[in-house]
Each structure stands twice: as C-alpha cells, then as structure tokens.
Design a protein around this ligand. Structure first.
Ligand code: AMP
Length: 207
C-alpha cells in the first residue's frame, strides 16, 4: 500500500474518476470519491433531505454530509487519492483540519470538451468504468448493452453542474495554485497521455 496523499481536482468531466482509479490501482491507494459515495446513498434521508434531490439538480450536497463521508474514509486510509472533494471554500477548511496533501493534481479541460464528454458519457454499472458514445465504446457487446447514462449527465444538468463549478470550485483551485504540491495537467490529452503526466508528477513530488 502506498502512503501518498493525493488530491485530484478539476471540472466535472475532466477525467478525475478515470485517472483516480488508475492511481489507486498502481500506487495501492484508497480511492476516496464523494460522488460515488453519494450515488450509493442517494436515498438516505438526512435533515437536509436526500442526496438525490441535490444531485439530480446539479447542485452541491450540503457540506456536513460530504465532510462526514471524507472524514471517515480518510481516517481508515494510509495513502489516498481524493476525487470530487473539496468543491467549495468551506470544504477546503474542513479538509485542512483533518489531513495534509502531498500532491494536488489539477486536470484542466475547456468547457466545450467538458459538455461533449459528459453528455456522451456512459457508465458500466458493474465495473464503474466510463465510456463515451462517440469516442470510446467497448468492443464487448455484453458490456455495450448494459451501459447506462448517469441521471445528471443530461445537457440541462450538465450546464448547471458547470455553473456550480465556476462559482464554487474554480476559486478553490486558484487557491491551490500556491500549494507546494500543485501541478497543472493538460486534461485535453488522451487518457494515456494524461496518465503519463500524472505518474511523472506524483513520482517527482513523492520520491
Ligand atoms: P461527481 O460524481 O463528482 O460529478 O459528483 C456528482 C454529484 O454529487 C455532484 O454534482 C454533487 O451533487 C454531489 N457531490 C459530489 N461531491 C460533492 C462535494 N464535495 N460537495 C457537494 N456535493 C458533492
């Protein structure tokens, strides 16, 4: 098991999920992702309602809920790759109180690419692997037939998620530019090229 403490941050559709999975596998890290944790608990009743209501509207789920998820996950992890959190300033403050980051990977991708990637994205419910109707369909017919579209990958919700990103998460990323482990990665490249840059950055900063 690796002990690197890595944050991967970027807009929805930047490739965080794909690259985090790979990081977790290759370095033996815990993949801590608030999006997946919330999707698994969409209908849990809380004092703020269910996560589903926020997620289907493209809004942020209340901080108390996601903070708790992250705290529990990080407590039981040695090394981790954190994906989908923090998304606003208050989550940054909370995170600073519970851990220290070695590397901050910022996946940068332009808005047009994000919309195309998200609206065409399809997910294999059995493996969690992402595909794309235009750029990347699986050869295996059985997998092709079971692919699903996420409820929040419709064009209207995608636009709202990107607006929420601009308003809440972009300032968070700008502040991380001063972090000593910060590195900007060109997320418009192919997944393998992005991976090469990520591996190089992580090795350099955690050697
Ligand atoms: P994701 O899979 O990271 O795109 O997240 C899907 C949805 O889950 C988001 O649009 C939010 O509604 C919710 N969500 C995930 N992470 C967070 C977070 N850190 N804070 C608030 N809401 C979140």
């Amino acid at each position: 098991m690796g002990d690197q403490q890595i944050l991967i941050i970027g807009a929805p559709g930047a490739g965080k999920g794909t690259q985090s999975k790979r990081l977790a596998e290759e370095y033996g890290l815990e993949h801590v992702t608030t999006g997946d944790a919330l999707r698994e608990n969409k209908d849990v009743e809380t004092e703020h309602g269910t996560p589903r209501e926020y997620m289907e509207a493209g809004e942020l789920v209340p901080d108390e809920l996601v903070n708790e998820i992250v705290k529990e996950a990080l407590e039981s992890a040695d090394g981790y790759v954190l994906d989908g959190y923090p998304r606003n300033e208050s989550q940054v403050e909370y995170l600073e109180g519970i851990t220290e980051l070695d590397v901050v990977l910022h996946l940068e991708v332009g808005e047009e690419t994000l919309v195309d990637r998200l609206t065409g994205r399809r997910v294999d419910p059995e493996t969690g692997d992402n595909y794309h109707v235009e750029f990347d369909m699986p050869d295996d017919e059985e997998i092709r037939e079971r692919l699903e579209q996420r409820d929040d990958d419709t064009e209207e919700t995608v636009r709202e998620r990107l607006r929420v990103f601009e308003e809440n998460t972009k300032p968070v990323i700008e502040n991380y530019e001063d972090h000593e482990g910060y590195v900007r990665i060109d997320g418009e490249q192919s997944p393998d090229e992005v991976w090469d840059d990520i591996r190089e950055a992580v090795n350099e900063r955690t050697a």
